[in-house]
Design a protein around this ligand. Structure first.
Ligand code: PLP
Length: 371
């Protein structure tokens, strides 16, 4: 099978699995227990905390482990007072947009341009009080577009506004520095960088005032109660360590694979690559072919054992045109044709060539069928 959907999830790296396995068998202690078996688990979590902190250049004490990116995003928005005003970009993941809607239906939406980029003027125009929260994702899950968060956060911080960024897609694919971004909160997810599902983290500034979403046994310094998923956290740490060590090599390989893919894609008549000329994640390309339905193409590729996405998983389930493309002003007919390819570190040139050959034959078949 050819797997081109790494923005949806990644396979667990063998080295990550190896690090996790002891904590699914022999080392089963509760990390809160005082005897040796508990202390082993506790210290493994401490090690993972250091590894995740290193990935984004923070101190281990700034890492709060969660059940994934969704919880980290919920915590980022819900952990402050309900009096705070809220603004989010128009292209956020539902774990931000739906949370914002339920917290304060009157929250502000920060528009994006046709390339999916937030413009500085839109940020300047935000009339928010100090202690408001602005949430802008670092890299978009569909188009891969990377925002200049650092350019915005300086001005927002000067006005006492808290900046959160969802870095779930960015981490492990591009360098991410919490301090350079100038944010106060940052969300991460393990399964997007070759770790296990159901594990993530919210990174917060030192001495952050955080109201927990989940209370109970006081784990994670009282900020996220619940017995820790030790194996997943250990795996997340290992995955973060590998992502940091291998970032340059992975990026180089992904960029060259994607360049080849795009060179072939642009030969196809009526094909549009979204946000092609702005900074994007090295692994992501989203395109649409006028007159061809994305979901139909996805199903036909699936029959040929090629896994791609027709947009974000949630949008795909709803059958509606992608809200991200809609926010960029893409016409519904073209947006409904969207196919997202998200490459991974273990893909190769042969797979790209097989995909292109298969795509071309499906398009020819489709063309013959409708003529
Ligand atoms: N944020 C973005 C940008 C995502 O792409 C995703 C997952 O698709 C999430 C958040 C949610 O992360 P998780 O699956 O770990 O809950």
């Amino acid at each position: 099978m050819i797997y081109f959907d790494h923005n949806a999830t990644t396979p667990i790296d063998d080295r990550v699995l190896e690090a996790m396995l002891p904590f699914l068998s022999g080392f089963y202690g509760n990390p809160s227990a005082l005897y040796k078996l508990g202390r082993v688990a506790h210290s493994a979590i401490d090690g993972a905390r250091e590894q995740v902190a290193a990935l984004v250049g923070v101190n281990a004490a700034q890492v709060i482990f969660t059940s994934g990116g969704t919880e980290a995003n919920n915590l980022a928005l819900q952990s402050t007072s309900l009096n705070n005003q809220l603004a989010i970009s128009a292209i956020e993941h539902p774990s931000i947009s739906d949370t914002a809607l339920s917290l304060t239906p009157s929250h502000k939406i920060i528009a994006v341009d046709p390339n999916g980029l937030i413009s500085p003027e839109t940020i300047d125009a935000l009339d928010l009080k100090p202690k408001s929260i602005v949430s802008m994702m670092l890299a978009n899950n569909e188009t891969g577009v990377i925002q200049n968060i650092a350019d915005f956060s300086d001005k927002l911080n000067e006005r006492g506004i808290i900046v959160h960024s969802d870095a779930v897609q960015a981490a492990g694919k591009i360098p991410v520095s919490f301090n350079q971004l100038g944010v106060q909160r940052l969300s991460l997810s393990s399964h997007k960088l070759y770790g296990a599902k159901g594990c993530g983290a919210l990174i917060v500034e030192r001495n952050a005032q955080i109201k927990p979403l989940i209370s109970g046994g006081g784990q994670e310094r009282g900020l996220r109660s619940g017995t820790e998923n030790v194996a997943a956290i250990v795996g997340f740490g290992k995955a973060a360590e590998l992502a940091l060590a291998e970032l340059n090599d992975r990026t180089k390989k992904l960029l060259s694979l994607r360049q080849h893919l795009e060179n072939e894609l642009i030969k196809i008549p009526n094909l549009t690559i979204f946000s092609q000329n702005v900074a994007r994640l090295p692994n992501t390309v989203q395109f649409s072919i006028a007159g061809i339905d994305g979901e139909m193409l996805l199903m036909q590729l699936d029959q040929k054992n090629i896994a791609v996405s027709s947009g974000s998983a949630c949008a795909a389930a709803g059958g509606k045109p992608s809200p991200v493309l809609t926010a960029m002003g893409v016409k519904p007919a073209l947006a409904k044709g969207a196919i997202r390819i998200s490459l991974g570190k273990d893909n190769n040139l042969n797979e790209i060539n097989t995909f292109i050959t298969t795509l071309n034959s499906l398009i020819t078949h489709y063309g013959n069928h409708i003529n």
